[in-house]
Design a protein around this ligand. Sequence first.
Ligand code: ADP
Ligand code: MG
Ligand code: ZN
Length: 489
Amino acid sequence: MKHFEVIIGLEVHVELKTRSKLFCGCSTEFGADPNTHTCPVCLGMPGVLPVLNRQAVVYAAKAALALQCTIHSYSKFDRKQYFYPDLPKAYQISQYDQPLAEYGHVAIVNGGEVMKTVGVRRIHLEEDAGKLNHLGQRLGDAKGSLVDLNRAGVPLIEIVSEPDMRSADEARLYLTELRNILSYLDISDLRMEEGSMRCDANVSLRPAEYVGSLEELPRVEIKNVNSIRNVQRGIEYEVARQAELLEAGERIIKETRGFDDQSGRTYSQRSKEEANDYRYFPEPDLPPLVLTDAFVQEVAGSLPPSTMALREELREAGVQPKDIEVILSDQGALTFWRQATTLFDDARLVTNWMLSDLSRLLNAHGDTFATSPISPEGLVELLNLIKRGTLSGRMAKEVVDKMYETGKPAEAVVKNLGMSQITDGEAIKKVVEEVVALHMPVVEDYLSGKDKALGFLVGQVMKKTKGQAKPDVVNTTLKEVIRAVGEKT
Ligand code: ADP
Ligand code: MG
Ligand code: ZN
């Protein structure tokens, strides 16, 4: 394959979790019966007037500051006209040439290091459209379509990146970090499957002779992809498709494409030229949005610690880069981790147990750290038993399963199972002597230099003690007893 530079810019729509819609008092609740959350304003009746939701502006400003944008003291709303059944007014109220905020950036982190910084071109506020439910498997063979306007008028922010990403992987990392940042602001549910976060990916290639220049070829926009993984897959497919066309000497057409989850392919929806005349003009029913310094200061004062500060907190506690990213990507996990590490001073052991055994159980039961039946205190109790030597690591794995199943604390489970590590040297010595007496030929092998024979004897002791003897005590005791035998003979 010829060398191409891959150019990617992402447009991300995020539904804000205000209680009411952007320009009316209707509820934004997800999953209600169709058209039950509607009123003359969001149904686009004539003669009604929109009133801006203050909370939506606060949320948008939070996002803008967290993405290090400049918030404009003056922005305005515009009408974006298009004709489609999900849009009762036949225009969407959005922001066009004077958006709420511009010039931000997101640092992409990989392996604990900042890999690059992606520019955020702009963030603007707009209203969502309704939802069409097609009566059929695919739009093409649908018998009809039903319109649900519950979502019409729900506040959105659109976050438009600069075309700074150079691979599908970078796009994935950008989206992951964007979602991390927004999740700590608590301004959106950020559920891509439910559509509360949606991504359009713009992809173009730059032939080798132009790499590093500003030369542009037509770009393709992949619309409304419903998971980060699929954004990555869609881009990978698109890069290969465009490269193949260019290598065959063909042209790329500027168009909008959809992504098919099943096949992993993108498919043409419409060519962009014809669809792109939105005839924007200023919204006459809304005054300009004027934000004072005092307002911006107040919002700035309410921001939580940045994701970079959270990474630093975890790093200082000794958590490994890969684990930091896993914990950071789940607010519930971070809260759990913090509670557990205030009660137990070995942050690594806490992290390991959280991300291996507890995660395994949570995943298997469809739970999360926020809803975990084993609390941070419960996990710490278990870790204390390991630390005191009452339980071996292997036994603890069995205990944690039972804790999860029964909801009982670690100590109770250990008692019930009659399980506790034998650390008593005398008790172990008795078993060791029995094993030695039973397997004299093996003992002699060991004495004559076959080191491997010891493993067999250790195994026999563990078997007799049902795995509950402390392995290091078994080892030293065995050696002592054998040495004594050796001296006698
Ligand atoms: P439009 O108004 O047609 O949507 P914009 O210029 O506002 O176009 O850009 C939309 C998105 O396209 C942005 O995220 C931007 O980063 C991205 N983009 C711009 N140029 C390119 C390009 N050559 N290749 C890929 N993406 C691009
Ligand atoms: Mg666009
Ligand atoms: Zn309404």
